[in-house]
Design a protein around this ligand. Structure first.
Ligand code: CO
Length: 135
């Protein structure tokens, strides 16, 4: 039921500086406009790579959940990985049935479809985002 790797989430203290890295050092050419996700307390910017995307995430302020991550990782770092699923609610129920902790209710993610997060302690230390595959 695991689908395509949609994106890798990277927390950063500065989307501007991260864009420069991906563009100037790694040679990324398709960098989308940044946008604010008010409810998540973050700025988001997608960088396309040939087979996936990097999701740059910068906290809006100190109350952002990402602010805590950056306190422990001041230069930023890999924050989560996101897989597409065909049916998010079925995937959520399946995760719960298998004993994995799902963090919160399904909500609209950065791509405009519903997402959930699965606790890293139940995923070998990796925060996993599951995302309803766009139609
Ligand atoms: Co994400």
């Amino acid at each position: 039921m695991i689908g395509r790797l949609n994106h890798v989430g990277v927390a950063t203290p500065s989307i501007e500086k991260s864009i420069a890295l991906y563009r100037d050092v790694l040679g990324a050419t398709k960098i989308h406009n940044r946008f604010k996700m008010e409810e998540q307390g973050v700025w988001v910017c997608f960088v396309d790579v040939p087979n996936s995307q990097i999701e740059l995430i910068e906290p809006i302020d100190d109350k952002s959940p990402i602010a805590g991550f950056l306190k422990n990782n001041p230069e930023g770092g890999q924050h989560h990985i996101c897989f597409e699923v065909d049916d998010l609610y079925a995937a959520r129920d399946d995760m719960v049935a298998k004993g994995a902790r799902v963090l919160g209710a399904p909500r609209i993610g950065a791509h405009g479809t519903e997402i959930i997060f699965v606790h890293p302690k139940d995923m070998g230390g990796v925060l996993v985002e599951l995302m309803q595959k766009p139609h």
